[in-house]
Every structure is written in structure tokens, then in C-alpha cells.
Design a protein around this ligand. Structure first.
Ligand SMILES: Cc1ncc(COP(=O)(O)O)c(C=O)c1O
Length: 356
């Protein structure tokens, strides 16, 4: 047999990996530290009993989209849902990217923006952030002028730095894009942990979408559910591209159930923000450089030992952080997801022990 050849542009690419190890304290993939409320699981169990399993689900996921629309004060036509916000981003790139088109990203940022774009055949152009990882609007302007991208990604709070862009950033980028054909995608996977958002800027005459997820705030990473808010004409196009019945019935029910626990989720978000503040303050007494974060994680660089070395020393104590030490621009850095107070205490004790 001659093995069928994969696409030339995919041949040399490594897949996206997020290494997992069997440890007691997992602070590496930015999951929520707590499970959803127990009553949520009951609601989902009831939905499973009531489900018409022999029938296809609502293809447009109308009830879920309507509930999201209500939460954000938008119309149902302005909401698209997918299997995680990664699938939402992939659908955007299948629709607005593709061969002969370009997407602009500003590195370092969420690796999947490039990965998904390239998988959809899109050429990726990389702008650079400043050394402190903040977005440089002059660089954004340069990339727009030189490459005229079809899609431009912002990520706020950004992953892996945790930095939020100043509130006027989206307006300023939209001004730069005035008269262009560029779609602005603002990834707000961590938007609920941050003080400002681009959601209020959405309207039918602005080629901008904001993507969000149930994975972080709603403690539902396992369910794989994400969404975007944007002009209805964009949502209509995405529905032409996504597979029919892409969102299964249980997931639609789980999303709807989750939205009934908005107050409980707000409390969880507040707890994560409080723990983030406590950890960041405690890190001030350690020999590390930290970056202030508006997300459910933050980035730091040890000053007295290498990032790889510290990562391993923590693994030896059964604590797993994300090792970014060899990522371009992030030399020596580790990223820590905010855990439960007990997990965070354990991390602090381990760092005090290792770093002195
Ligand atoms: C910035 C950013 N966007 C999107 C995602 C994807 O989230 P999900 O596919 O779980 O909704 C993540 C996950 O870590 C992320 O960090």
C-alpha cells in the first residue's frame, strides 16, 4: 500500500500538545478549580432522562443561544455556539480564512490562533508584542498596513501572559481597520475574570466578534462548549460552514442548565479573582518576576534558577504547572492556573521550599 499523502502544508507541522502528568495538584491547563454546583449535575441528569435520544438535536441550538443572548442583552441571531471556543475559532477560520488568505496574530499569544488558522490553509502573519508582553498598537498598525489581513486576532486577557489590553484598544484597532475587509476576532476566553470587555462594542456594522467559553467560568471544560457574540450576518455565515447538528443535545441541555446558576458562577469567578490577588501578593516575596494578570492564571519567571529546573522540582512535589520555558519570547517562564486555596497554599509552600 502506498500511504496517501497528507496536504503538503501540514506535512512538517507538530500537533498541539498540552502535556498531562499524574500529579496531586494540577495547575497547568487553566481549568476552573471547583466543580459546578451539585444542583447543576442534577439538572443535567434530569435532562438526560428527558432526552429524546432517537432524535437529532435542535440544529440551531436556539434555546441555548437565546439564553446566552439574554445574559448579554443581545439577540439570538448574534450568538453562535460550538464544541468549545476552539471550534468556534475553527469555524471562523474555515469561513473567513483559507488558502490565499491571511490571519494576523501578535505573539506571544494563544497558540491555537495560529494553529487553527494554518490548519484551515490560512497564511499566518506574526506581529510582535513588546518585551513586557503588552500589545503595541504601532506594531498592529504596521501589520495591518503591510499585510492587509483577512482576520486579525486579539486576545484579552491574553494567554499565556494574562495581560488585558487597555479598554480603548478595540476602538483603536477598529479605527485602523476602517474601510478594510478585515474581521477582528477578540478572544475573551478569560473575559469574566477581567474588568473590561469588547462585548459592548458589538454591532451589526462592525466586523468584530468576541469569543467566550464555558470551560473556565462555568467549570465545564469537560463539556466542550464555547460561543461567540457578533453581528448576525457573521453568525449566519458560520452556520453554513459548521456540520449539521454539530452541538449534541446533552451539551445544549448542559449549557442551558449552567446558565441557570449564574449567581453561583459569579461567586466562583470572584473567588478565583481573590485567590489570584492573594497568590500574586505572595509571589512578591519570592525571587521571581510576575506579570499582573486579569485571567484565571498568571505567568512568572524564576530569577534564581531555570524554568525547566523549577518545573521539574514542582513535579517532584506532585505539582504541575505549564512549562513555557522553551516557548519563543517566554524563556524561563512558567504559567500557573489559580487553584483552590489549598492547592495554592501547597504551591506557595513548595516554591518557598525550592526557591528559599
Ligand atoms: C485564550 C484561549 N482561547 C480559547 C481557549 C479554548 O477554550 P475552549 O475550547 O475550552 O473553549 C483557551 C483554552 O485554554 C484559551 O486559553
Amino acid at each position: 500500500m502506498q500511504r496517501p499523502a497528507i496536504r503538503d502544508d501540514l506535512a512538517l507541522r507538530a500537533g498541539y500538545h498540552s502535556p498531562q502528568l499524574d500529579v496531586e495538584v494540577r495547575l497547568n491547563t487553566n481549568e476552573a478549580p471547583a466543580s459546578p454546583p451539585a444542583a447543576f449535575a442534577e439538572r443535567v441528569a434530569q435532562a438526560a432522562r428527558d432526552m429524546e435520544w432517537n432524535r437529532y438535536p435542535d440544529r440551531q441550538a436556539t434555546a441555548l443561544r437565546a439564553a446566552l443572548a439574554e445574559r448579554y442583552g443581545r439577540s439570538v441571531g448574534e450568538v453562535f455556539v460550538g464544541n468549545g471556543s476552539n471550534e468556534v475559532l475553527q469555524t471562523l477560520m474555515l469561513t473567513f480564512g483559507g488558502v490565499g488568505r491571511t490571519a494576523a496574530v501578535f505573539e506571544p499569544t494563544y497558540a491555537l490562533h495560529s494553529h487553527i488558522s494554518k490548519t484551515a490553509g490560512t497564511t499566518v502573519v506574526e506581529g510582535a508584542r513588546r518585551d513586557d508582553f503588552s500589545l503595541d498598537l504601532d506594531e498592529v498598525q504596521r501589520v495591518i498596513e503591510q499585510t492587509d489581513p483577512n482576520v486579525l486576532f486579539l486576545c484579552s486577557p491574553n494567554n499565556p501572559s494574562g495581560l488585558i489590553d487597555p479598554p480603548d484598544t478595540v476602538d483603536r484597532v477598529l479605527e485602523m481597520l476602517a474601510g478594510s475587509h478585515t474581521l477582528l476576532v477578540v478572544d475573551e476566553a478569560y473575559g469574566q475574570f477581567a474588568p473590561s470587555s469588547a462585548v459592548g462594542r458589538i454591532d451589526e456594522d462592525t466586523a468584530m466578534v468576541v469569543s467566550r467559553t464555558f470551560s473556565k467560568t462555568w467549570s465545564m471544560a469537560s463539556a466542550r462548549l464555547g460561543y461567540l457574540l457578533g453581528p448576525s450576518w457573521i453568525v449566519d455565515e458560520l452556520f453554513k460552514v459548521i456540520l449539521p447538528y454539530h452541538l449534541d443535545g446533552m451539551k445544549q441541555a448542559a449549557g442551558l442548565a449552567a446558565l441557570e446558576f449564574g449567581d453561583e458562577m459569579d461567586v466562583r469567578v470572584a473567588q478565583v479573582i481573590e485567590e489570584r490577588g492573594r497568590l500574586l501578593t505572595a509571589f512578591e516575596d519570592l525571587p521571581v518576576t510576575t506579570w499582573n494578570s486579569a485571567a484565571s492564571f498568571f505567568l512568572f519567571r524564576p530569577e534564581t534558577m531555570g524554568g525547566d529546573e523549577l518545573w521539574q522540582a514542582l513535579v517532584d512535589r506532585s505539582i504541575l504547572l505549564r512549562n513555557c520555558a522553551s516557548w519563543p519570547g517566554l524563556e524561563g517562564c512558567l504559567r500557573v492556573t489559580i487553584g483552590t486555596p489549598e492547592e495554592n497554599d501547597r504551591l506557595l509552600a513548595a516554591l518557598q521550599d525550592i526557591l528559599g
